[in-house]
Write a protein that binds this ligand. Structure first.
Ligand code: PLP
Length: 361
């Protein structure tokens, strides 16, 4: 077996321990005589799996009892529509901060179902910072206020949350879920596609305050109705059974092998600091994000010379560091260092970058 260090922004690395467990139980889960892939989602065995996964997520993220956890499909992108369809139901207004492509897509989709207002944007500097927010500019009677907590493509994250008062804060946490503790009680709704930091693609996590689960807009498809999924405990139709199971394995890994989200955060901070410290002293490479808004998970960087960037990406790939090419809208490089990326992966990358710098000065 020869595994590379995979810096993909998503789908991304899973912990090796989890992959090994999944492999060992591929043909028979426990003494069930079948793979989890083959199980009826209504079986006792599967019910135990989804319940345990939900309980573990609640425990690790310290999700209060007045929040529902939903396992849905359709990716974070479906939430761009599902959130407004279910929440834009009183004033029909919502506020958005545009910190990148995902935030912008959430805004554009919501604008189809109600009055979506942009309160701030960092488009002027290629989303390399989080805009300073002035609560006096927020819509007082908005049904919700939407942010993208960690901006996967641009490598920024909110280090402080906007103060939205009584307006529920909604956050896309696709690329930072479980990377560090998060005070769930500060939010009305959180959502995340699984394939960055939790599981293979296929399941979308929604964590919603129970009082926000109401009647959706009249045009809302049944499958896009939170109430239906909440009432049916994410079993209204067949859930993405196997992906939910792997999410459960990842949660067990965080709990038992890492030691919880405080420990996860420490590890992630160490990894990120190693890379950022290198970038800050390098004469060849530099990070593209203002220091105070840097992400723990996605680290974009450039040399300032497109040909040299391409050479770096190619040589890195040949050396076993894959998916380092930056998003086409930013160029350069991006190292996504999610939970499953071990410290050794970042150490090896930094050593490789040092060598590249010496050879290309
Ligand atoms: C990847 C990503 C998305 C899109 O997720 P899908 O599951 O592919 O729909 C949305 N938001 C953020 C922050 C992401 O990183």
């Amino acid at each position: 077996m020869a595994r590379v260090y995979n810096f993909s922004a998503g789908p991304s690395m899973l912990p090796l321990e989890v992959l090994k467990t999944a492999a060992a139980e591929m043909c028979e889960y426990g003494s069930s005589g079948q793979s989890v892939m083959e199980m009826s989602h209504r079986s006792k065995e599967y019910e135990a799996i989804i319940n345990e996964t939900r309980d573990l997520l609640r425990e690790l993220m310290e999700i209060p009892e007045n929040y529902e956890i939903l396992f849905l499909q359709g990716g974070a992108s479906s939430q761009f529509a599902m959130v407004p369809l279910n929440l834009m139901t009183r004033s029909g207004k919502a506020d958005f901060v545009i910190t990148g492509q995902w935030a912008n897509k959430a805004y554009k989709e919501a604008a189809r179902y109600g009055q979506a207002n942009v309160v701030a944007s960092s488009a002027d500097k290629t989303y390399s910072y989080i805009p300073k927010l002035d609560p006096s500019t927020f819509t007082k009677d908005a049904d919700y206020f939407h942010i993208c907590l960690n901006n996967t493509i641009y490598g920024t994250k909110y280090h402080t949350l906007p103060d939205t008062g009584d307006v529920p804060l909604v956050a896309d946490i696709s690329s930072c879920i479980l990377s560090e503790p998060l005070d769930v009680s500060k939010f009305g709704l959180l959502y995340a596609g699984a394939q960055k930091n939790l599981a293979p693609a296929g399941v979308t996590i929604v964590i919603i305050r129970k009082d926000l689960i109401g009647e959706p807009q009249a045009i809302t498809p049944t499958m896009f109705t939170y109430k239906i999924h909440a009432e049916n405990e994410s079993m209204f139709n067949t859930p993405p059974c196997y992906t939910i199971h792997v999410a459960g394995l990842v949660l067990k890994w965080i709990k038992n092998s890492i030691g919880g989200l405080q420990e996860m955060k420490k590890r992630n901070e160490k990894k990120a600091a190693l890379l950022y410290d290198f970038l800050d002293q390098s004469k060849l490479f530099r990070g593209t994000v203002v220091k105070e808004d840097r992400s723990l998970m996605n680290v974009p960087f450039v040399t300032g010379d497109q040909e040299l960037d391409a050479k770096f990406v190619a040589e890195a790939k040949a050396a076993g560091f894959v998916n380092l090419k930056g998003h086409r809208s930013v160029g350069g490089m991006r190292a996504s260092i999610y939970n499953a990326m071990p410290m050794e992966g970042v150490e090896a990358l930094v050593a490789f970058m040092e060598k590249f710098e010496q050879e290309n000065r």
